[in-house]
Design a protein around this ligand. Sequence first.
Ligand code: FAD
Length: 424
Amino acid sequence: MLRFTQRLPQLAARASLANVARQAAKRNYAALTYSSPTAHEAPTSLQAFTEEELMLKETVARFAREVVQPKVQEMDEAEVMDKSIINAMFDNGLMGLETPGEYGGAECSFTAAILAVEELAKIDPSISALCDIHNTLTNTVIRKYASPELKEKYLTRLATDTVGSFCISEAGAGSDAFALQTRAEDKGDHYILNGGKMWISNSGEADIFVIFANVDPSKGYKGITAFIVEKEWGVEIAKKEKKLGIRSSSTCVLNFDDVRIPKENVLGKVGDGYKYAIDSLNEGRIGIAAQMIGCAQGAYDIALPYMMERKQFGQAIGTFQAMQHQFAEVAVEIEAAKLLTYNAARLKEENKPFVMEAAMAKWLAAKVAEKASSYAVEWMGGNGFVRETGVEKFYRDAKIGSIYEGTNNIQLQTIAKIISTKYK
Ligand SMILES: Cc1cc2nc3c(=O)[nH]c(=O)nc-3n(C[C@H](O)[C@H](O)[C@H](O)COP(=O)(O)OP(=O)(O)OC[C@H]3O[C@@H](n4cnc5c(N)ncnc54)[C@H](O)[C@@H]3O)c2cc1C
């Protein structure tokens, strides 16, 4: 079915993608940080990508247009992700983007993964959410902290045929994630898991779940521990939510009723789950920023050609100065959000502080996606408001950017906290 099928594995096979991060470091990407501006001998623009990154970006853009686009409206209406699209994501290496080749992954750089998420979102922010959460949260937390045995067992499946979910949020633990009540009781050679999770992305399709639970509530958040849990051990998908946007990305309520987890499925160290959660979400936010700039650009790219074509009062509506000012302003804001996003990604790759920059990128990208998609609907008038043109979907999809992986207020809180430490 897919002409792309060979491309990403080929890239991985060239093994040169393993060098992308190193190349990025060598090229001394200029980093806009408040904290420690760094002098570079040969600074490059923030849109400088390696050959491999550009190749991936182009391949994913084509994949999105040719494989995903024909199904987008149907999936949105049905509120279901087409299985053939998920299979195609696996076949094309998009579910193991940063996963090492030894586990069947494409071994891309973080920036390459971000570009893939952005390109998918230009066509469908739902499939982009599936790719982003599976890669930047689930795969990443396992790649960084799991034992070699767990990596071998789960990263391989997650790169080749099994969807994963990342489960922190609960009814009483959203922004205050560490208030989670799910309990894992130590029973000697295994744990018994009881509780539940809310709003878990990809959980309708997933068979592997990274679940955060408290093993010792008397220690507060220092009891939080991450586990890798297989669906067949008793993870119950209790309810699939009906949503405003990203409707084909599944978001479900999970129940755990005496789920037996073998001891070896503790991810990393007992009691360190809160560190892994913070670390993963800090990084994952750059992925959501990428999803949102893709969403903004996707809406923009539908509206602009329409405005140049549609005539009122004897001229193309895009030639009215009032319209020109609006689309110019939105273009500036999309560009600003892109630069923040790419910069945050490079900072992370260079092992420099990136938490504030990631929060800034996500905050701005979410705002810009809302504004761009809202204007895009307006620019297309009645045709923007009807479903057929696809632009109203971007408007609905944009809203999630200011909610998941930290709401807009939480991003501002993170930014303010970091800035405050510098001025005290
Ligand atoms: C579609 C979707 C997919 C999701 N996927 C996942 C997933 O895969 N895994 C997962 O674990 N979770 C997931 N979530 C959960 C998501 O991360 C939470 O919804 C989010 O963190 C916000 O929590 P909440 O909904 O409880 O809102 P609340 O925390 O109740 O926030 C409500 C409002 O109060 C504000 N607020 C809260 N605290 C403060 C504060 N201290 N200062 C200022 N304002 C504050 C917020 O900014 C917000 O405006 C998903 C949610 C959705 C909707």
